[in-house]
Design a protein. Structure first.
Lengths: 158, 158
DNA sequence: GCAATGTCTATCATTTTGGTAGGAATTGCA
DNA sequence: TGCAATTCCTACCAAAATGATAGACATTGC
């Protein structure tokens, strides 16, 4: 039931970019993100490119360039991002709603495993398809402020 | 969020053995199981051995041998089986209850991703730790009977 | 004694994972 | 105008995981 590093980094990056956006910084470079999340820059670049191709990000090249959100945060569902980077949410394909595939078992209609896994997939989807990037960013921001923790991407104005 | 074939086969096998048990057949051979579920015999054997080592099965060697449950079905939690074969339920380690591990992010206490993944892990655990093998077998059996489908492991008495 | 079965060890091809390296193209700014 | 910062693109790579297969040995029932 694992999320790959690739998926993890993709979500971290999106959340960070969302956070930065909410704090008034609409453009974030890959090196800033990599530093913030301690992710190898080059690896992250590839992931950001994928997020761009998926339509979640736009970018600006050249010096002072970077990435920025291509959609309003409340329209980016975490579940969709995960599906895009990791594949179906369901633990086994025959339990997937968006990527169903017949399995090898002799009688799918009476398969106890499938039944179980459909429940699991629904539980996961219920969370990840309900939460948007906006929700995630909001919660994070609230926590940060409540604890008076240093906000990321707000460097002492210079 | 995938379940490997190994995990899938392990669960299928357990469910089948439970089903057989409920139908009066307390001993099932690997070849019967492999045939029923269309799993490569040798691969299945290795998995059954692992389930045995994990304390879920006992076996009887030799002709007429096979595997049988080592515990009452209602004490076998699906979640534990999955953990044993697949590892932690949580998508990322820092969200795991049974196998927590610090992650590389700079501030775990305010990590939006972790928060999300804790929810996901709880949703999964709520299902898989609540369901026992007995539950799964019971539901399957009920469905089979309701639809008057042919019951497995009850070969026309000879 | 032989056939059926579990047990054990070794091996293996393929895919996935988690990167790294290098450079070309673009842009802002001094 | 040129340099530094940045995205974009291609290629490559080592290690691990995945999903098996092969073969021999041990045990048991008939």
């Amino acid at each position: 039931m694992k999320l790959s590093k690739r998926g993890e980094y993709a979500l971290r990056a999106l959340i960070d970019i969302g956070l930065a956006h909410a704090l008034g910084k609409t453009l974030v470079s890959s090196s800033e993100l990599a530093k913030q999340e301690r992710i190898p820059v080059k690896f992250l670049e590839a992931i950001l490119l994928e997020l761009k191709r998926a339509g979640y990000l736009h970018s600006k090249r050249g010096a002072q360039g970077g990435y920025f959100l291509a959609q309003p945060m409340h329209r980016i569902k975490i579940g969709d991002v995960v599906r895009r980077i990791e594949g179906p949410l369901a633990p086994i394909r025959c339990a997937s709603v968006t990527a169903y595939e017949k399995c090898s078992c002799p009688d799918e209609a009476h398969c106890g495993l499938r039944l179980l896994m459909v429940d699991v997939r629904n539980a996961i989807a219920n969370i990840l398809d309900r939460y948007t990037l906006a929700d995630t960013v909001e919660v994070t921001l609230r926590k940060l402020r409540r604890d008076k923790a240093p906000l990321p991407f707000v460097e002492a104005a210079r």
